[in-house]
Design a protein around this ligand. Structure first.
Ligand SMILES: [Zn+2]
Length: 155
């Protein structure tokens, strides 16, 4: 089921999301987030963007060739970041018609719980790493416009 995307400015987008303890309680939300991401043509989505302050992100399979399906990460935590940074253009479903250049770590390692409740670790490079960093920022109330060095579209 497609959910409504909350757009900036809205106070909820500035709040810190809470850890998920009960994986079963968020199954519906996870599948709705994937539906919403697909229908809105986003490459990633965080739960706060659909109004739920819990630490869940969805990443579209187009973000990385190695992904067979969309990745849903519950309680994602970056535990390693390359010093190597990369600039790239970002947009956000919550900030329509706006794009900007953001510098992010080129490679990261992330730990998370999957929808089956299993602990997972993933290495991400390039766009995949960028999308994960962007979505985890949402869980901490941070938007890409806070970090952009140059807006390339909008405002
Ligand atoms: Zn976003």
């Amino acid at each position: 089921m497609k959910l409504k995307i909350i757009t900036h400015p809205n106070d909820i987008l500035r709040k810190t999301s809470a850890r998920v303890d009960d994986i079963n309680a968020v199954q519906k939300l996870c599948s709705d987030m994937v539906d919403t991401m697909e229908q809105e043509k986003g490459i990633g989505l965080s739960a706060v963007q659909v109004g739920d302050l819990v630490r869940i992100i969805a990443i579209h399979k187009d973000a990385d060739k190695s992904l067979e399906d969309h990745a849903v990460m519950i309680n994602p935590k970056i535990f390693s970041k390359s010093k190597d940074m990369e600039e790239g253009e970002e947009g956000c479903l919550s900030i329509p018609n706006c794009e900007g250049i953001v510098k992010r770590a080129k490679k990261i390692k992330v730990r998370y719980t999957d929808v089956s409740g299993l602990e997972q670790k993933t290495k991400a490079v390039g766009l995949f790493a960028r999308v994960i960093q962007h979505e985890i920022d949402h869980l901490d109330g941070i938007l890409f416009i806070d970090k952009t060095e140059k807006l390339t579209k909008g405002f």
